[in-house]
Design a binder for this molecule. Sequence first.
Ligand SMILES: [Zn+2]
Length: 300
Amino acid sequence: MSTVPDRQLEFGTPFGDNDGVQLSAPIGARPLSGWTSILPRSPIEAASVRNRHAGSGAGRSGAMQLDYALLKSIHAKLVQIAELNDQKERLPRMLKASQAAEAGLLRELEQARLTLTAVRKVADEKQLQLSIREARIEKMTGQRNAAENNREFQVLGDQIQADQSANEVLSDEILESLVRVDELVAQVATAKENHAKGIAETARVQADAAARATRVEDDLNRANNELCELEKRLPGPIQEEYRRLTRSSGENAMAETDGETCGSCYSVVTTQTLSDLYAKKAVFCKNCGTLMYHSAGKLV
Ligand SMILES: [Zn+2]
């Protein structure tokens, strides 16, 4: 009498659609070192593989059988935990990015203010220079009116003329500076507005991140507890290898296979591997080392 429970033998029809078809790795698959094409090439060959397990298979020979549905659940849980950890790591990065953007807006505001101050200072200096020269013109005009001779009158007249010409140029420059000041005042106002928006955005991201962090943490705790419960159901002999694999590769420690290729590295499975999968042994990919499993009825 078979010691193998019926449900563990229900894999569907082995090699159903692929009998006699030479299988190859999909595009993008890693090249295999020492890849040996020993897959069944004919229905007869396929049947011989099938028969090895239908008859005195590993289940009967006393080898450990795994519950592949359990492996699938554990794998799904590992993937979920990895996604949650990824979310958890993304949250501080989002906040950091928002803070960096806010700091950039503050720098723009400070730069706009500095430029405004500098342009205003130049405009004020020119204004002062204009006033001084105007006072001098007034003084020289008085002196010229009181000139005692023609030469003195002429010299003062020339100086007054030169100062007036210089002041005309200066007046134009002051006007330009004042137009520039108006522009810069508008720029400072915009920069101030943008910085305020940046501060508000950081606050929003911070509040959002805090709320999401709590949710993610809760989900992680729940998922880890569920994983622990599932892991307890793994047979003792495989526990150590499972722990070693998950410690180094996380959710990539396991991969579902369709019986043709490894779900992780896409290398073609060997006939022996296929036999072991039918026998529900602990099967590790010969290429990438992941613990393989397959869903009931999905093995080709
Ligand atoms: Zn692999």
